[in-house]
Design a protein around this ligand. Structure first.
Ligand code: ADP
Ligand code: SF4
Ligand code: MG
Length: 365
């Protein structure tokens, strides 16, 4: 039996973004924000990009929409390279590829009322005029849980969650096929985060959208995403189906990110987070495996040789020299304790909690 061909809507190959600059004593520095990212997003899925702050997620999101130009590599949207497209062709495509930002306030023009903010893409792309346009705006406001009379007000009159709804209505106005959410809920209270996540999921089903969600926190994407790319210092270190990633994380960085998810029972003793220290500067990334300076399993080889992404199983890729040994835990060749008791305890607590959530159908917090 042959596997059906994947319907890829967005694809990057060897995508690189280096920012130039001047360091101390005016020596030239190169910030390797994104360093060779290849990924493929399937039509209709929710694809998450996760990693700590400074790992290059926003830069990657902007590259995927060609809001910034890559240093190298390619981006294909519906099979066609968008790098090098003429401005008017790119403008037509922009209607189909939208972005929503972490800080809705900064991305909404404070001097425009909500009707104009949401109506602008409709006008720009010539989708409707006059009364039709006003009706479309009213519909969009209802779709995102606001009311048409909100159209008369200005962004500062709304709460953070409402402002994100306005940003989403604006993104929907051009009738997109793909929306990239760059930390769309990170600035919101936890209860509001759940509402916005639910809204995005509803809209995805209703309009057949493809979502790419960028987050620094695995907890945010665990129930909404189909697949996850974990990023560290400009590179993808693990790419996996979401359930497999949570049940059996392969890369030490993914494991460390998982320990950062709070277990929702305050009486449980919280194991010490595995991730300590900051992400090193992308202007001087560590040699070999970029994670070696923080990895509890690092060996001499890790400082010398860069691990490439390799297929671990169907649909799973990981970039670590020792993922098999770490997973098998019996790892005679490794000197570091594998896996740490803290991680074992954390994963067991997390699984119990998730099973409880799944069986009671409690919505994501
Ligand atoms: N325009 C820019 N000029 C120089 N450096 C930049 C620019 N944009 C981002 N960077 C740097 O690139 C790295 C990745 O940033 P970013 O993509 O914003 O990461 P994330 O979204 O994961 O926090 C950071 O070190 C950041 O300072
Ligand atoms: S290659 Fe080495 S340093 Fe990098 S994640 Fe794997 S064990 Fe850790
Ligand atoms: Mg960012």
């Amino acid at each position: 039996m042959t596997t059906p061909a994947r319907d890829i809507i967005l694809e990057s190959t060897g995508l690189v973004k280096h920012f130039g600059g001047r360091g101390l004593l005016s020596s030239p520095t190169v910030v390797r924000a994104v360093d060779g990212v290849s990924l493929a997003v399937e039509r209709g899925e929710t694809f998450a990009i996760v990693g700590e702050s400074g790992c290059g997620k926003s830069t990657l999101g902007r590259l995927l929409l060609r809001l910034i130009e890559p240093t190298a590599g390619d981006v294909r949207y519906e099979g066609r390279s968008i790098i090098g497209l003429a401005p008017d062709e790119m403008r037509k495509l922009r209607r189909e590829m939208q972005i929503i930002f972490q800080d809705p306030y900064a991305s909404l023009n404070p001097r425009m009322n909500v009707r104009d903010i949401v109506g602008e893409p409709i006008w720009l792309h010539g989708l409707a005029r006059g009364r039709d346009k006003q009706e479309r705006v009213a519909d969009l406001l209802r779709t995102v849980g606001l009311i048409p009379s909100h159209g008369d007000r200005y962004p500062h009159e709304f709460s953070g969650g409402q402002r994100q709804r306005i940003g989403i209505a604006r993104a929907l106005a051009g009738e997109p096929k793909l929306i990239i959410g760059d930390e769309p809920v990170s600035a919101l209270d936890v209860s509001i985060q759940a509402q916005i996540i639910n809204l995005l999921e509803d809209l995805k089903d209703r309009f057949g959208l493809t979502l790419v969600i960028i987050a620094h926190d695995l907890a945010v994407i665990r129930h909404m995403s189909d697949r996850v790319a974990v990023m560290y210092l400009g590179e993808i270190v693990e790419l996996s189906d979401t359930n497999a990633l949570f049940d059996d994380p392969l890369h030490p960085y993914t494991r460390a990110l998982l320990t950062a998810i709070p277990v929702p029972n305050p009486t449980d003793r919280q194991p010490k987070p595995l991730l300590q220290g900051d992400v090193p500067s992308p202007a001087a990334p560590p040699s070999g495996c970029r994670f070696h300076t923080r990895c509890p399993h690092a060996q001499a080889l890790c400082r010398e040789a860069h691990p490439e992404l390799e297929v671990a199983s169907e649909g799973r890729q990981v970039a670590c020299h020792f993922w098999r040994e770490i997973r098998n835990a019996g790892a005679g060749a490794l000197t570091a304790p594998v896996p740490s008791p803290a991680l074992t305890q954390r994963l067991a607590l997390y699984r119990t909690w998730r099973e409880r959530q799944d069986s009671t159908g409690t919505p994501t917090a």
